[in-house]
Design a protein around this ligand. Sequence first.
Ligand code: SAM
Length: 310
Amino acid sequence: EFHKSKGQHILKNPHIIESIVQKAGIKSTDVVLEIGPGTGNLTAKLLEVAKKVIAYEVDPRMVLELQRRFQGTPQASQLQVVQGDVLKHDLPYFDVCVSNTPYQISSPLTFKLLSHRPLFRAAILMFQREFAMRLVAKPKESLYCRLTVNTQLLARVSHLLKVGKNNFKPPPKVESSVVRIEPRHPPVQVNFTEWDGLVRLCFSRKNKTLGAIFKQNACLDLLEKNYRKFLQLEASGATAGRGHQGEGTMEILDQKRLGLSDLADRGKFKDYVLNVLREGDFGDRRSSKLDQEDFLELLARFNAAGLHFK
Ligand code: SAM
């Protein structure tokens, strides 16, 4: 009677549960957020060490089972169960998130947690093995991708534990892994929408050179549209002092900015864009081999030239 669509695979191996809770480093003053408590095997262990557990569970039958399990126990008052889809709720304050995550929401859940404020200390999450390996991948590894750089921009991620299928009931089709996600303190100062726009483009063809990607018309169309907006904003004075030119950070702009009238000539605009890549020696490089710092530098160079990705 488990719901496959809700990713209901109950963790039944008590050693794994112990290990997860121990690695979470929970203090007796901590509020713990749990996503998808299911029948409450992990919840029971969390209640032994935390001050409070707030658990989001979408399946009303599981919520009932959970309430029945803890009703009348000394721990009942430490547990708050919220019935509903965690992605549709504003999260409360929490110190640590521990969860045997429903795999179908892995990615949105990760970014929801990382955009939550105030920042939490750590999240200890069970994911599908491949998803976990993408989170911890390094440049040049085959699983290094947009998910990797976006996550590592916001957090340090480490692999903690491999968990085989047979530790679950019913066993899922895929292997699992537990990872630790620690948000960066303080958060990196970057416009995440701009960052994601750039990274999306760069990874649209992760093994092509950036030079090849940025000379495509679809890419130039987007940059030109945004460049026109940028020129208008600049003319109206709206960009003054807002850091659009990366003042004081780098000596970037060797070339002259293009004016509106230059945009009639696509060749000119293309040279302008490719020259930003050339100045930073990025033209012949591939996304699969660039690290965090490279992407940040690339974004700063583009923005300094008035090129935006939103
Ligand atoms: N934590 C339990 C355990 O380890 O035994 C159960 C884990 S099971 C993989 C995932 C649980 O998340 C299920 O109980 C499912 O109903 C719940 N769930 C799925 N999607 C959810 C969502 N969007 N919000 C909250 N809970 C969800």
